[in-house]
Design a protein. Structure first.
Length: 221
């Protein structure tokens, strides 16, 4: 197995071993969405009108819970120094760490997103699109969040700084994903929103590893 393959397995094992993997994020998603019917009332009309947007905002916030330790754990115990000196380029290492985070946290959240949106009033026929947009959005969140986590390395308030960096960058996928779902349920053209979301996710996956690697080298410097 290649060094990157070993690293991927390590990241997945660590994610499951420290904090229960996706249980925290999925639990936050369920708890947050439970509050909205209590606040808006049990009438299906108001809930259905905001279901897509609410589900996407909560999905983005749930992703933030898993970002702080993406690089900080390795930075504290010296593993990041070894990864930086290893054969694979640090950019590839950062990309693998984000992909592992997406698999462990983003994919389960994408599976839970259709159930959450349908519970709030979205039609069941929108479930495949909700899953697809949540999966693409999770990919964007993982890489953009990884960039924020790397930039916040070695800071005293890393979690707060990560949120400040990441929140503006996750607004576009929230807009594109929510707009695609709203257009689909409203009988309008929805493929443009899905295409923009896919383009954003792929661009994040292609470009942010360079920013992550530079931030990690600066923190190790």
């Amino acid at each position: 197995m290649s060094a990157l393959g070993v690293l991927f397995r390590r990241e997945v094992s660590l994610a499951w071993g420290n904090g229960g993997g996706p249980l925290l994020a999925v639990g936050f998603l369920a708890a947050a969405l439970t509050l909205f019917p209590l606040a808006l009332g049990p009438a299906p009309g108001p809930l259905a009108a905001v279901a897509a947007g609410v589900a996407w905002v909560v999905l983005a916030l749930a992703t933030l819970l898993t970002l702080e330790r993406l690089f900080e754990r390795d930075f504290e115990d010296g593993a990041l120094d070894l990864l930086a000196l290893g054969a694979p380029p640090l950019e590839a290492v950062c990309a693998v760490k984000c992909l592992a985070s997406w698999l462990v946290n983003g994919a389960p959240l994408a599976l839970a997103a259709p159930l959450a949106a349908i519970a709030l009033g979205e039609p069941a026929r929108a479930a495949p699109l909700i899953f697809a947009t949540a999966l693409l959005g999770g990919l964007a969140f993982a890489f953009v969040g990884g960039a924020g986590a790397a930039l916040a390395l070695a800071s005293r308030r890393g979690g707060l700084l990560t949120a400040v960096i990441v929140l503006p960058l996750i607004i576009p996928p929230v807009i594109f994903g929510g707009a695609a779902i709203a257009a689909y349920t409203g009988g309008l053209e929805w493929r443009t929103g899905l295409a923009l979301l896919a383009a954003y996710a792929l661009a994040a996956a292609a470009l942010t590893p360079f920013a992550m690697a530079a931030a990690c080298r600066n923190a190790l410097g």
